[in-house]
Design a protein around this ligand. Structure first.
Ligand code: UTP
Length: 276
């Protein structure tokens, strides 16, 4: 399946990184000489996607600016003969970057909804700005490859990771109907549970921030009821569609780091912190 568009919701408050996020988006924390968000954009490019839409909140414009051309800087570098630096600035010249605002932080599903008018393709990728894949093919590349083993034309595919049972209350957890024949890591899903108690969790497969979702899921978001905390979540939109839309989960290989916490970020610095 060819996917051409990706939504990157990055409007969140980043409370786990306060007070840093009071002034600077956590997506711009450096790994070597590049911000975390550059790794997510690279993942899109590696998966053949060059049309991306950032969902931002006011004050997070610098996330998109990182990808825009800067003619004044380019001119200054040229004047100083720093040609090799010019090359590094041109890395994203073929990436089409679009920006929409989420005026109120009402959840990841609500953030995705703000990009609804921008989506032109039948299926769109969604990447959360916190999760990084290290040491194997990126999650998005693995998801797109796995679509070849899905029989239906319209479906949703979620990246999952096998997590320790005591951590199920920090993740959305999938309830598995069956493993797909000939593909031990691809599962048909019969239920989704947000942050279940470890004793009640239907599996230990936790949802990580990569999805392929059909247009019908985006269209259904306005009807999704907000949770107790007032947030409209993608997981609730998918749950509401379970009866009519086939949903699959892919257990991705490689390690995944949640850079949305200071501990996860420290791990990412250890693994990717060299200037690249
Ligand atoms: P998180 O749940 O990690 O929230 O959102 P957060 O605000 O980034 O961080 P904490 O929990 O307060 O520390 C997962 C992804 O969804 C985006 C976030 O930016 C992140 O990439 N998001 C979340 C939005 O774009 N809008 C929202 O209303 C909520």
């Amino acid at each position: 399946m060819k996917i051409t568009q990706a939504i990157l919701p990055v409007a969140g408050l980043g409370t786990r990184f306060l007070p840093w996020t009071k002034a600077v988006p956590k997506e711009l924390l450096p790994l070597g000489n590049r911000p975390i968000i550059a790794y997510i954009a690279d993942e899109c490019l590696e998966a053949g996607i060059n049309d991306i839409c950032f969902v931002i909140s006011h004050g997070k414009e610098a996330i998109a600016e990182y990808f825009f051309e800067n003619p004044t800087l380019a001119k200054a570098l040229k004047k100083r003969g720093k040609e090799q630096l010019l090359d590094s600035l041109a890395r994203y010249k073929d990436l089409h970057v679009h920006v929409v605002y989420q005026e109120e932080m009402l959840g990841d599903g609500h953030a995705i909804l703000q990009a609804a008018d921008w989506v032109k393709s039948d299926t769109v990728a969604v990447l959360f700005g916190d999760d990084l894949f290290v040491g194997d093919k990126p999650g998005l590349v693995q998801l797109i490859k796995a679509t070849a083993s899905i029989p239906e034309k319209e479906f949703a595919l979620i990246a999952v990771e096998n997590i320790p049972r005591e951590k199920t209350n920090r993740y959305g957890i999938v309830d598995i109907e069956k493993t797909m024949p000939g593909h031990s890591h691809l599962k048909k899903v019969k239920g989704l549970v947000e942050k279940p108690d470890p004793v009640k969790a239907p599996s230990t497969l936790g949802i990580v921030g990569r999805y392929l979702i059909p247009h019908s899921v985006i269209k259904s978001l306005p009807k999704v009821k907000a949770g107790k905390d007032g947030e409209i979540r993608l997981i609730d939109a998918l749950t509401a569609k379970l009866k009519t839309l086939p949903i699959y989960a892919l257990e991705c290989s490689g390690s995944r780091i949640d850079t949305g916490t200071p501990e996860g970020y420290a791990k990412a610095v250890q693994l990717l912190g060299l200037v690249s």
